[in-house]
Design a protein around this ligand. Structure first.
Ligand SMILES: Nc1ncnc2c1ncn2[C@@H]1O[C@H](COP(=O)(O)OP(=O)(O)O)[C@@H](O)[C@H]1O
Ligand SMILES: [Mg+2]
Ligand SMILES: [Zn+2]
Length: 458
C-alpha cells in the first residue's frame, strides 16, 4: 500500500481532511465525510486527464461557420418522461436520474426498454439486482425486452469491455454508486470512484454517440450521495420525487442541456409499474375533505402546467410555551412569513397556537402564488370557519399584507374552472378588464383585510 493515503472527503464539496469530521468546514454539511484512498504516485492523475484528451488538440472555428446542433431524440414510450427530457432521449447524452431508494428508478428504466428497443439496442447494467430479479420484474412490468441485454457487473473496465462487444445504443447504469474502477483504490460509492466511473461513461457516450442513463441514489438531505460535481459533469439531471407511502411520483429536470428545466412528469406507482398521470389535479383533489375548516385549494404552476392542490392548516392552542410549527409540502420560511404578516396586520394570535401545515397528496409547493391559500387555510382553522369547497385562492402576499399579482393567472383559473371550481379569489392587480373565465366568479383581493372579511362572511 505504498503511495496510498487514506483521507476523508466531503461528498458535497470535495473538501479533503486527514480526519473524519462531523461537519464540513467549507460547506457546513453534516455527516458528509466519506473515507477515500488516494494514490500519491503521479500515474493515475495522468490517466484521468487522458480520458479528457478527446477535447485537447481541437482547433478554433469561426462562429459563422458553426453548424446548428441536430439533436436526435428517441421516445422512451412514456410521454411524461419524454417531456421532462425536452422531447425524448438525446443520442449521445448522459442523464443522471436521482432519487431515494425504493422510489421507482429501476422500475421506470426497465419500463422504457421496450420502446427504446424498437430502434435501439439497450444494455442494462445492474449492480444492485440479480438477473433473475430483473427478469421477474420485467415480467411484472410486461417488458418483453427483444433488444435488451442485461449485465450484472460493477467493475467499469469489465462493463466497457462487454459494451464494446454488444455495441449498444443506450446504456443504463443502475446505480453509479455501486460501480468501481480498478484505477481507484477506495470502495464503490466513494467520491473518487463515483467521479471516475461517471467520467468513463461520459467519455463513452461522447466518443461513440451512446445515450447513457446513470442512476444515482440520494441521501436524506436530498443531494446525490457522492460528489456534487457529478451534477456538473452530466448533460441532464432528473430527480424522482414523491412520498413512498403514497403512490404518486414526480420527475423534475433540475438541469437539462437539451431542454427546459420547467417541466415535470407525474406518475402513479401501480403493481404493473409506473403509470402516467395526464391530469394531476384530479388525483391530488381525490381525497380532499369537505366542510372542514383549515382547508383551501390553490392552483400552482409546475413548469408550464397548472396544478390544483389543497392546502391544510391545523391551528390548536399551544401545548408548550414554545409553540410548535410543522410544515409539510410548504417551505417553512414561507409559512413563518405568512404567520407573521397575519399576526401583525390582522392581530390574529398565532403565537399562542401550534400550527401544522400540509399539502394533500404530498405535492411540494414552492410558489409564492400559494400565499393566499396558505393564509386562508390558517385563518379558517383559527376561526373555525369553513372555506367553501368550490373556492380557490391564488395570489402572493407582501410584508405589508398587500396581495400581489401572479403570472399566468388566466391559465390557473382555467384549470380550476375545468375541474369544477366556481369562485376564485385573485389579486386585485390581476383583475384587468378582459380577464374572465366561463363558469367561475372572480373575486379581487387587495390585502389580508379583504381575506379576513371574506372568511368572516362564510
Ligand atoms: N411485486 C411488487 N408489486 C408491486 N409493486 C412493487 C413490487 N415490487 C416493488 N414494487 C414497487 O416498486 C418500488 C421499488 O421500485 P424500484 O424501481 O426498485 O426503486 P429504486 O430503483 O428507485 O430503488 C417499491 O417501493 C414498490 O412500490
Ligand atoms: Mg433500483
Ligand atoms: Zn463540504
Amino acid at each position: 500500500m505504498k503511495g496510498l493515503k487514506t483521507v476523508y472527503i466531503c461528498s458535497e464539496c470535495e473538501y479533503e481532511s486527514m480526519k473524519w469530521l462531523g461537519k464540513c468546514p467549507k460547506c457546513n454539511s453534516w455527516n458528509s465525510f466519506v473515507e477515500d484512498v488516494i494514490d500519491l504516485s503521479p500515474a493515475p492523475a495522468k490517466k484521468l486527464s487522458a480520458s479528457m484528451a478527446a477535447a485537447s488538440g481541437a482547433s478554433a472555428t469561426h462562429f459563422s461557420e458553426l453548424d446548428f446542433p441536430e439533436y436526435i431524440r428517441s421516445s422512451t414510450g412514456i410521454s411524461e418522461l419524454d417531456r421532462v427530457l425536452g422531447g425524448g432521449l438525446v443520442t449521445g447524452s448522459v442523464v443522471l436520474l436521482s432519487g431515494e431508494p425504493g422510489i421507482g428508478k429501476s422500475t421506470l428504466l426497465l419500463q422504457i426498454c421496450d420502446c427504446l428497443g424498437e430502434s435501439k439496442k439497450v444494455l442494462y447494467v445492474s449492480g444492485e439486482e440479480s438477473s433473475g430479479q430483473l427478469k421477474l420484474r420485467a415480467k411484472r412490468l410486461q417488458v418483453i425486452g427483444s433488444s435488451l441485454y442485461i449485465l450484472t457487473e460493477t467493475n467499469i473496465e469489465n462493463i466497457l469491455e462487454q459494451a464494446a462487444k454488444i455495441k449498444p445504443d443506450v446504456i443504463i447504469v443502475d446505480s453509479v454508486q455501486t460501480m468501481y474502477s480498478d484505477k481507484i483504490n477506495s470502495s464503490p460509492g466513494s467520491v473518487s470512484n463515483v467521479k471516475e466511473v461517471a467520467m468513463a461513461f461520459i467519455n463513452k457516450a461522447k466518443t461513440e454517440d451512446i445515450s447513457i442513463i446513470l442512476v444515482g441514489h440520494i441521501n436524506k438531505e436530498g443531494s446525490i450521495a457522492g460528489p456534487k460535481v457529478l451534477e456538473h459533469m452530466v448533460d441532464a439531471v432528473l430527480s424522482f420525487e414523491g412520498d413512498k407511502r403514497q403512490s404518486y411520483r414526480i420527475i423534475r429536470a433540475n438541469k437539462n442541456r437539451f431542454g427546459s428545466t420547467n417541466e415535470i412528469g407525474v406518475f402513479e406507482m401501480t403493481d404493473t409499474g409506473l403509470r402516467e398521470i395526464v391530469n394531476p389535479s384530479e388525483m391530488l383533489l381525490a381525497d380532499r375533505p369537505s366542510d372542514a375548516s383549515g382547508n383551501c385549494a390553490v392552483c400552482t404552476l409546475e413548469g408550464t402546467r397548472p396544478i390544483v392542490a389543497e392546502i391544510q392548516a391545523l391551528v390548536t392552542p399551544a401545548s408548550s410555551p414554545a409553540p410548535r410549527r410543522t410544515s409539510n409540502g410548504i417551505d417553512y420560511n414561507r409559512t413563518y412569513l405568512i404567520l407573521a404578516v397575519l399576526e401583525k396586520r390582522l392581530g390574529l394570535r398565532f403565537s399562542a397556537n401550534d400550527v401544522y401545515m400540509n399539502v394533500i397528496g404530498g405535492l411540494q409547493i414552492n410558489e409564492p402564488a400559494s400565499d393566499l391559500a396558505i393564509a386562508l387555510a390558517l385563518i379558517s382553522s383559527l376561526t373555525d370557519k369553513v372555506i367553501p369547497d368550490d373556492l380557490i385562492a391564488i395570489g402572493e402576499l407582501g410584508l405589508a399584507g398587500e396581495c400581489r399579482g401572479v403570472a399566468c393567472i388566466e391559465q390557473r383559473i382555467k384549470e380550476a374552472a375545468r375541474i369544477g371550481f366556481t369562485r376564485a379569489l385573485i389579486p386585485h392587480g390581476n383583475l384587468t378588464g378582459n380577464l374572465s373565465v366561463k363558469g367561475i366568479e372572480l373575486i379581487p383581493v387587495k390585502n389580508v383585510y379583504d381575506l379576513l372579511l371574506y372568511v368572516k362572511k362564510q
